[in-house]
Design a binder for this molecule. Structure first.
Ligand code: AMP
Length: 139
């Protein structure tokens, strides 16, 4: 299903373009958490990161640091968060992959609730066995 970001990519609705290349588009967030809050999206229409092609992901990986540098230069920020939500319970509202670049200035920016647990050796082993099996099946 088409999302609002598909409409931005097609030019159907306007955006404040920061950067574009063949596989990546970047624009200012319309409801910024802080000044300079920028979104980076693949042109590929996929909802979640694990669904993306290697090519789109690699292109985003190439573009992200240079867009971060532009955001920092433009805002004077030194600190920032990169946020990437997958799924409604994980706070995703637009179901087209996007990376938020959110400058952090004192109180302005991303607030993070973080309640760390403690990794248990037995569970680490179980997790690694399952992950390694899956990674080898992908080749
Ligand atoms: P998320 O909760 O990770 O899905 O975030 C979606 C983000 O998209 C929010 O930060 C919105 O402010 C932003 N957003 C939604 N519509 C637009 C739009 N038309 N132009 C720019 N940003 C948008």
């Amino acid at each position: 299903m088409a999302t609002i970001f598909d409409k931005i990519l097609s030019g159907e609705i306007p955006s404040h373009k920061v950067y574009e290349d063949d596989l990546v588009y970047s624009f200012l967030d319309i409801n910024p958490l802080s000044r300079g809050h920028t979104l980076v999206i693949p042109r590929e229409a996929k909802a979640r990161v694990h669904e993306l092609s290697d090519e789109s992901c690699a292109a985003i990986g190439r573009a992200l640091p240079r867009i971060c540098r532009a955001v920092l230069k433009a805002t004077g920020a030194e600190d920032y968060n990169i946020l990437q939500n997958n799924g409604a319970p994980a706070h995703q509202a637009v179901f087209h992959v996007h990376f938020h670049i959110i400058p952090k200035f004192n109180d302005a920016g991303l607030g993070v609730g973080w309640k760390p647990g403690s990794l248990q050796a037995q569970d680490a082993e179980a997790l690694l066995a399952a992950m390694h099996e899956h990674l080898s099946s992908e080749g």
